[in-house]
Design a protein around this ligand. Sequence first.
Ligand code: UTP
Length: 301
Amino acid sequence: MKIKKAVIPAAGCGTRMLPATKSVPKEMLPVTDKPIIQYNLEEIAAAGIEDILIVTNRGKSAIEDYFDRIPELEDTLSRQGKIRELSLVREASQLARVHYVRQQEARGLGHAVWCARSFVGDEPFAVLLGDDLMRSQTPVTAQLVAVAEDYGTSVLGVQRVPPEDIARYCSLRVSPVRKGLYDVSALVEKPKPEQVYSLFAILGRYVLTPGIFPILESLPPGHGGEIQLTDAINVLCGRERVLALDFKGRRYDTGSLSGYLEAQIDFALNHPLVGGWMRAYIKEKAETLMGGNGGANTLPG
Ligand code: UTP
């Protein structure tokens, strides 16, 4: 099977990033000089996928504007000879064919994926959570797609999380297939301590078969009263083979303040224009911290 489509659910409320997300979608917050969602489009394009559906809602039109062309801005930059800026502006609108559908009510991630059923049709597809950002040598979606195309199954992008964190994720019951690849036989969303199967949790990346849609269609609300994608995958693994790939890379939950700040630092350290400056700045800060003022910044002047 060939994966040709990807879906980015980006219709969540973003309450953990308020007040910034009051009027700016969390997927549009910048990490260094690009909005988070652009990194996800780049990850999809690097997996050879050219059609992307973004699931949005009323407050997210900034996403559509961003991936559109702005001829007036391009003309101005061209006239001013700002070639680098011009190519950056164009790049965003040329990454892939981007389509949109609105989730009219935030009824959960499972419901957001269900909103993609007409776009997806009868094909396997990738799912990337809009606020999960990855740094890896081989793009994480490409890692999942390679396994999905090889085995002809759904593949979940997983990693082990610390025991104290598993209650915030889902937990998977797995058995090994080969190094880093597992068969999944059950999943539980936000497990209580006695429900934890393993410390493997899904971290924002999936390849799913269209078999997920009839399940989502009739799934009752689960944890938090929302239609949970995890519950649907739990049913799916009773019907067909589902694999879990312990992917290589670092995931940042930019929907949380700590994850967002970690991403800022790591991406800035690796940015060609500001990486050197950032390293020097952090070194200076670290020396101040070691010097014992507790890290508190005194305001100049
Ligand atoms: P989150 O739980 O991180 O999204 O959902 P949220 O509701 O925006 O988070 P809070 O309010 O800060 O807790 C994971 C992913 O699923 C999408 C989100 O946009 C995010 O990418 N999602 C969630 C939807 O598209 N629709 C929903 O109804 C819920």
